[in-house]
Design a protein around this ligand. Structure first.
Ligand code: NDP
Ligand code: ZN
Length: 179
């Protein structure tokens, strides 16, 4: 299969996996909007045309949030894609605060591809927290999430300047809005 058909295969596969899942925001958007936004940011803000990174972006939440395994991704999309997805997948057997601490700790040690996916993931989530937050999240909780996101991103710098600049502009808007 060529790059384009692989990319479309990944989009269709992720859409199937996330069927019925919704984002937590008040707009209740279909979950697939998020991985598609992450891949779009990487291509059109980050200027990245490495198809393995773009496919990993589309699939980045399928292991964490669906029944998909790393082996299945390897079989369908290859080892590079599976490796990148697994690098950005939290170990859900750990308590939440531990998972959040590990994201900060692991960020500087990720491969460049995984750093790019993680950075675009944080851009998408912080944009959502700013513009379509979960209805029951207080301003304080939104602030805490954004501060934590920024501490993960601090460890991701050096892999893509355009995405980093985009993140910094987003942070300025988020801080202006949330105080
Ligand atoms: P969660 O991990 O529960 O939720 C954020 C995650 O949900 C994102 O990383 C994202 O992950 C996914 N997501 C789905 N929809 C959205 C959306 N619309 N906007 C943003 N994210 C979405 O958040 P936390 O538990 O980390 O809460 C943030 C902070 O608040 C923490 O630092 C915690 O300490 C604190 N906290 C405060 C509470 C309070 O009541 N004050 C209670 C609990 C926590 P993905 O990319 O995988 O989709
Ligand atoms: Zn995500």
């Amino acid at each position: 299969m060529n790059n384009l058909s692989n990319l479309l295969h990944a989009a269709s596969f992720a859409a199937q996996c996330h069927t019925g899942q919704k984002r937590k925001g008040e707009r209740g958007e279909p979950y697939i909007n998020h991985p598609l936004e992450v891949a779009n940011l990487i291509a059109n803000v980050g200027g990245i045309d490495d198809v393995d990174i773009l496919i990993a972006a589309i699939l980045h939440d399928t292991v964490e949030d669906c029944d998909v395994t790393g082996d299945e991704i390897t079989e369908l999309f290859g080892e590079l894609v599976a490796g990148c997805v697994l690098e950005v997948t939290d170990d859900k057997s750990l308590p939440k605060m531990e998972r959040k601490r590990l994201q900060v700790e692991h960020a500087p040690h990720l491969s460049d591809g995984a750093k790019i996916v993680k950075l675009a993931d944080k851009i998408s989530n912080i944009n959502d927290i700013t513009n379509s937050p979960p209805a029951d999240w207080s301003i304080e909780r939104r602030r805490e999430y954004i501060e934590w996101g920024a501490s993960v991103v601090a460890g991701l710098r050096g892999a893509n300047e355009s995405l980093e600049r985009h993140f910094d502009e987003l942070m300025e808007r988020a801080i202006t809005k949330l105080g």
